[in-house]
Write a protein that binds this ligand. Structure first.
Ligand code: HAM
Length: 426
């Protein structure tokens, strides 16, 4: 038997109803904040991610699904292609390629699968789904404004609350401009030099290759050393400090709670200034439901015009897990309102006619087969979770009134054809 690839999984009913609930809630919230949908290809040219996300990041150096695409002619060279590990680089590529700057400020969202070759565990998969949103545009459109950062964060709080996840934590930091980060990185490197032998093997390596990543370390024994390292806040210039303060002023005014986490640096290289994560305790080790931040230099790094932006990606798999663990899944599944049971020869035709009438009236109807005995129809209707069973036999057709039985209460009544939709929806 051939099984699904490790780290990928099938999403099956009834769980898919929960995914649908999450996505339709997200779409409704995006509409209210004037975001519009963008769909970019699932694979892109590899250099997009190398340049965009950063050569040194775990994602690019270890986790991408990359292959050499066959050349079509002997004279052609094969291209290096990659399954997208995240959405932001592709969206910014599309922004540049289609000159979306002409539209002023772009508020875009994308829902779809991403691919990273990670060690799989609960909440971490090799094909996973993100609900991503970005605000990007020329500076003249206000893309750099702290008001946009606050708008994004307030929208996320609204979305999570609306999904029924109210006990989230928002962790916030400013990672400064790229120049400020160069200085911070150097200070970290110096501070780590005398103490790095006290840290885990991973951190000893990071202390040399990418000191910023030491701040991500979760090893308990390392924490006292890491807590004493320099903080990025002390390396921000006046402009970055003011920007961060302005974001916080709006958050306080609209009543969004947050915690400053000096160690939040995020695992992608494009971030500047505001960086954030929403976490939830129910998720355990992989507790980030979503992450995001500003990326004011990304467009230029990809060869485009200056186009400051800010965005986030929700890990949809993790969001669904949270809903399931909090038992918030119940309302999402909609069972059939009615199971239509044709009874006896020729009744499939009558039942099909009736089903068409009911479905036109937005009744969720499931349809049986005239070959089924009544007992089997009842069993099938019950298994499908239908509220009613509707019997379509010769006598009913003649009378143009049908036996409708409530499967929970056992109550059975005869209902004239034209009253059926109203009666069933009651
Ligand atoms: P990220 O932090 O790499 O950011 O991913 C965002 C979220 O995707 C994570 O918080 C997590 O919930 C989910 N996620 C990541 N990897 C996995 C995985 N292997 N399995 C399940 N869920 C996962 C980004 O991707 C940025 N592009 C976000 C962004 C948009 N920043 C600005 N705009």
């Amino acid at each position: 038997m051939i099984k699904a690839v490790q780290g990928t999984r099938d999403l099956l009913p009834p769980d898919t109803a929960l995914w649908d609930f999450v996505e339709s809630t997200a779409r409704a919230v995006f509409r209210a904040y004037n975001f519009q949908e963008i769909r970019t290809p699932i694979f892109e040219n590899t250099p997009l991610f190398a340049r965009g996300v950063g050569e040194e990041t775990d994602i690019v150096s270890k986790e991408m699904y990359t292959w050499e695409d066959r050349a079509r002619a002997a004279s052609e060279k094969g291209q290096s292609l990659t399954l997208r590990p995240e959405a932001t680089a592709g969206i910014v590529r599309a922004y540049i390629e289609h000159k979306l700057a002409r539209r002023g400020l772009n508020k875009l969202f994308l829902i779809g699968p991403m691919f990273r070759r990670e060690r799989t565990q609960k909440g971490r998969y090799r094909q996973f789904y993100q609900i991503d949103a970005e605000i990007i545009g020329p500076t003249s459109a206000g893309s750099e404004s702290p008001a946009r950062d606050a708008e994004i964060l307030e929208m996320l709080a609204t979305l999570l609350d609306r999904l029924g996840i109210t006990d989230w934590n928002l962790e916030l930091n400013s990672v400064g401009s790229s120049q400020e980060r160069v200085k911070f990185n150097e200070a970290l490197r110096q501070a780590l030099e005398p103490v790095k032998d006290q840290l885990c093997v991973d951190c000893q390596r990071r202390a040399v290759t990418n000191p910023l990543r030491v701040l991500d370390c979760k090893v308990l024994a390392d924490q006292p050393v890491i807590d004493k390292l320099p903080r990025i806040a002390d390396f921000l210039d006046e402009e970055s400090r003011q920007h961060f303060a302005a974001v916080q002023d709006i958050l306080k005014a609209v009543g969004i709670h947050y915690q400053i986490n000096h160690r939040l640096v995020r695992g992608l290289d494009y971030y500047t200034r505001t960086a954030f994560e929403f976490t939830h305790a129910a998720l355990g080790a992989q507790d980030a439901i979503l992450g995001g931040g500003r990326y004011d230099g990304l467009s230029e790094a990809l060869g485009g015009p200056p186009a400051p932006g800010i965005g986030f990606a929700i890990g949809e798999d993790r969001l669904v897990l949270t809903l399931q663990e909090k038992n918030l899944a119940a309302g999402a599944v909609r069972n059939p309102d009615v199971y239509i049971a044709p009874l006896g020869p020729g009744m499939n035709i009558e039942a099909a006619r009736l089903a068409r009438e009911l479905r036109r009236e937005n009744v969720i109807a499931d349809l049986g087969d005239e070959k089924f005995r009544l007992k089997k129809s009842f069993e099938t209707a019950t298994k499908a979770g239908a509220k009613y069973i509707l019997i379509v036999g010769e006598n009913e057709v003649k009378a143009n009134a049908f036996a409708l039985k409530n499967l929970a209460t056992g109550e059975q009544i005869s209902v004239p054809r034209h009253e059926l939709p109203a009666k069933i929806r009651q």
